[in-house]
Design a protein around this ligand. Structure first.
Ligand code: NDP
Length: 281
C-alpha cells in the first residue's frame, strides 16, 4: 500500500521539539527567541503566509517583531530596517516576506540580512555553505523535504533522485541536500528533453515546478517516492505539480498537496530561528 507522507504530522512533531528548545533556551539565557517579520505591500497571499508563520511562532513561544511597510517603501528604507534588525540582539532571525514590490532589488535586500539571522536560508552566504557542505541556516523547503524523507525512513544513499525545477530557493538547494546524502541527482528544468523519461528513472522524484499536475502517470517509476513541492491554485482548490490521483497507486510513498511539504516549510522556519538563537551562545 502506498504511504501517504503526512507533513502536518511531522510538522507538529517539529513544533513540539522547537517549543521545548525555546523553553530551554529561555531557562539557560533568560532571553526569548525572537523572529523579525517584515512585510512590504498588501499582497493578500503574502499576508496570509505571514499570519501563519506568526501563529507558528506564538505556538512555540518565539517572540515576533512585526513590521508592515507600504508598497511604495524605498529600497534604502528597507535596507536600513534590515541593518537595524541585524544589530538588534533581541532578534535572532529575520524574515523578509517575498515577493517584494517590483521597484525593490530582492537580492540586495536578502543579502543584507546577516547570514547568522537568515532563517529562510536565502542569502548567497548560506546557499554557498550548502554548496560547500558546511553548516549554516538552510533553505526551509528543501530542508523540510529532507526531514520528511528522514522521518519516514526513506533511504537516500545510492538512490537516483530526480529534482524537477532549478530555482535558487527550492530546486538547486534540494539537489545539493540530496547529493549530500549520497543520492545520484538529476536536475530537470523547462528545457529538459523528454521530461517523463527522465522522471521515470527516479527512485525519489521531487517536483518543484509551479505547473498544476504537470507530472502524470508517465513520469512515475513503480515504487518511487514522490515529493510534491508545488502549490498551484486550480478550480478544485490547491493542487501540486504531480497528478496525485494517478501517481498515488504507482508510488510507494507520496506527499499530498496540501498537507505535505507546505507545513514542513513553516516548521523548518521556526527550527532555523531556534538554531540561530542557539548559535549566538
Ligand atoms: P520557480 O518558478 O522559481 O522555478 C520553477 C522551476 O520549474 C524552474 O527551474 C523552471 O525551469 C522549471 N519549470 C517550469 N516549467 C517547467 C516544465 N514545463 N518542465 C520542467 N520544468 C519546468 O518556482 P519555485 O522553485 O519558487 O517554486 C516551485 C513550486 O513550489 C511552486 O509551485 C511554488 O508555489 C512551490 N513552493 C512551495 C513551497 C512549499 O512550502 N510547499 C515553498 C516554495 C515554493 P527554468 O529554470 O528552465 O525556467
Amino acid at each position: 500500500m502506498t504511504v501517504k507522507i503526512d507533513g502536518n504530522l511531522v510538522a507538529a512533531a517539529v513544533r513540539k521539539e522547537v517549543a521545548e528548545g525555546v523553553q530551554t533556551f529561555h531557562n539557560q539565557t533568560g532571553q526569548q527567541v525572537g523572529l523579525a517579520v517584515v512585510l512590504v505591500g498588501e499582497d493578500p497571499a503574502s499576508a496570509v503566509y505571514v499570519r501563519m508563520k506568526e501563529a507558528d511562532c506564538a505556538e512555540v513561544g518565539i517572540r515576533t517583531f512585526d513590521t508592515r511597510l507600504p508598497a511604495d517603501t524605498a529600497q534604502d528604507e528597507l535596507l536600513t530596517l534590515v541593518d537595524e534588525l541585524n544589530a538588534d540582539a533581541r532578534v535572532h532571525g529575520i524574515l523578509v516576506q517575498l515577493p517584494l514590490p517590483a521597484h525593490i532589488d530582492e537580492e540586495a535586500v536578502i543579502n543584507r540580512i546577516a547570514p547568522s539571522k537568515d532563517v529562510d536560508g536565502f542569502t548567497a552566504s548560506n546557499l554557498g555553505r550548502i554548496m560547500r557542505g558546511a553548516c549554516g541556516l538552510r533553505a526551509c523547503t528543501p530542508l523540510g523535504v529532507m526531514r520528511l524523507l528522514e522521518h519516514y525512513g526513506i533511504d537516500i544513499e545510492g538512490k537516483h533522485a530526480v529534482v524537477v525545477g532549478r530555482s535558487t530557493i527550492v530546486g538547486k538547494p534540494q539537489s545539493l541536500l540530496l547529493l549530500e546524502k549520497n543520492a545520484t541527482v538529476t536536475i530537470c528544468h523547462s528545457r529538459t528533453a523528454d521530461l517523463p523519461a527522465v522522471c521515470r528513472q527516479a527512485d525519489i522524484l521531487v517536483a518543484a515546478v509551479g505547473r498544476a499536475q504537470l507530472l502524470g502517470a508517465d513520469c512515475i517509476k513503480p515504487g518511487a517516492v514522490v515529493i510534491d513541492v508545488g502549490i498551484n491554485r486550480s478550480d478544485s482548490g490547491l493542487v501540486g505539480d504531480v497528478d496525485y490521483a494517478v501517481a498515488e497507486p504507482i508510488a510507494s510513498a507520496i506527499t499530498p498537496v496540501p498537507g505535505g511539504v507546505g507545513p514542513m516549510t513553516r516548521a523548518m522556519l521556526i527550527e532555523n530561528t531556534l538554531q540561530a538563537a542557539q548559535d549566538t551562545q
